[in-house]
Design a protein around this ligand. Sequence first.
Ligand code: 2HG
Ligand code: ZN
Length: 491
Amino acid sequence: VQSNSTSATADTVTADLSDRLARIVGDKHLITGGVRLRPHLEELRGRYTSACRAVALPADAGEVAAVVQTCAAAGVSIVAQGGNTGAMGGAVARAEQVIVNLARMNRVLEVDPVNYTMRVEAGCILANVQAAAADAGRLFPLSLGAQGSCQIGGNLATNAGGINVLRYGNTRDLVLGVQAVLADGRIWDGMNSLRKNNTGYDLKNLLIGSEGTLGIITAATLKLFPAPKRRVVAVAGVASPDAALDLLGRLRDASSDRLSTFELMANIAVQSAVRHIAGQTDPLAGEHDWYALIVADGTVDGDGDAGAGLRRDMEAGLARALDDGVLRDAVIAESESQARKLILLRENIVEAQNFEGGSIKHDVSVPVAQVPEFIRRVHAAILDAMPAARAYPYGHMGDGNIHFNISQPPGMDKEKFLAQWRPMNRIVHEIAHQLGGSFSAEHGIGLTKLEEMARYKSAVELDLYRQIKRALDPHNLLNPGKVLPAASASR
Ligand code: 2HG
Ligand code: ZN
């Protein structure tokens, strides 16, 4: 056991519990202090501080189960953690909690190109999962900014979205089976690899998106797809979100619905990336009010020129849109490196926003057809509330999922601006709600959206959630305080 277990107090993990955990995972794999602790405590947006002083890194599901049993016996609750890249505080832990991090469980167990499936342990880094599939000539399509450090178990636990949802669906749609450790320490082996298995309640889909509150996912069977033969990547400049919506429909048609990505970016976001991110340039000659990043995957086997055909189809679709005045300008990548650079433009606008001072973030969805109306209304409402605020909207337009972020007025005190987080959220979430949308499209609930859960979910739905939680975790040991608002907070 590492030395600082002697500093244990009543509100923290006792030396005795530390000893037991160290015996399960090995001294080296129980972190109780020092530099190795910090990455587990720091949270992406710096909005929360984890006070936890015990991070256990089990080697396999058996060790996860033993850790859960030991913590349960001591009445100590557990926060499951993957790459700790979540944006909602779902992996934040209090002093008296234990973090179970799955990083050591990082084996790709099997890639089966014939069955179009792979089996992975929960701690596999997403980029490594993608690479293992690619090595077998297959595609695992989940793709998001944090893919170099997020873990697949965390992707499942949060039902992560990203830029390929338009074609391939959310994480939930990419999973055939899971293995999980339950709150009582039992292991449920649900590593189904069947496309059809219509037997009983769908337990895996309860665990997916439950943010570690119903069980700890330790492995998964994932769906694979044919590797794209040719990828067509384009950036278009358009005058308005209405034009972008028109373009989306046209290109879905023109490509025979082979679009995997359709991302919208406001000019302010593109220019911010150009200004602040080394090597980033505006791919179009002049500035445009709005930009769209478009990716189409040619995966059709058999016709020999699926790639060339897709390129022709996309060119024709873009040319028609230009003729019809729907788009102002467009560029199609001529090489793999140019394609990567166009996609990086979209990824870089997230980091670029940090250079603009404080930002208030949103992750909302509305029906795709309502995106332009949503953007119009939010823009007006925000400027009404804070005339010097800078709207910084971008996002997954193909999914109706817009990150309508707000950058602080230049010169304003950052903290003063960030103090407006909740009222600004309220404005944006109300408009999304009025348009039939969601206050959390892809980032989940964690700690950040508890108030919205209480506000927007019906009493019936919250009651069912609580009954499910009680059934699977009667002693409230798994990530307590996340996802479900306190009963008193509900309407
Ligand atoms: C993205 O789409 C992520 O890049 C992050 O969901 C969005 O931080 C954000 O606002
Ligand atoms: Zn996103």
